[in-house]
Design a protein around this ligand. Sequence first.
Ligand SMILES: [Zn+2]
Length: 141
Amino acid sequence: MSSSIHSPDQTSSESSNLKEGICPSKSERRNAEMILCHHCNSIILRVGDSIWMEGNERDIPLARQRKGGDLTQTEKLQGWWTVKDMFTFENVGFTNSVDGIRYLTCADCDFGPIGRVTEDNLHIVAHSRVKMESVPSPTNS
Ligand SMILES: [Zn+2]
């Protein structure tokens, strides 16, 4: 499965000149959709709770480790939803620290890691490990 990273915003084509330079310090971009667990649809972050960070490639362990290897298999991910305060999360789990790094998982189904805690105590969620949903699905069973 090749994970292509879609640009999360689908800007409506109201203005044709969307050529403003990338200026992360000034115009921070927040998530316009809810961020959900891929597996169980648990809400991880609500709209506007996290700030987009482009790039910043990091190694994250694979969600499913293949057999036959001592080393933790990782993949390089980039593109993150960042959260400063862990209490901002609607639902999130933390792993025990591995080599000083704590990873984020789904609090409900333990899927993960979906992200990690950085050296600056920033919580970063990998865009390719979560699901975006614009409207909360009314599944009241
Ligand atoms: Zn889950």
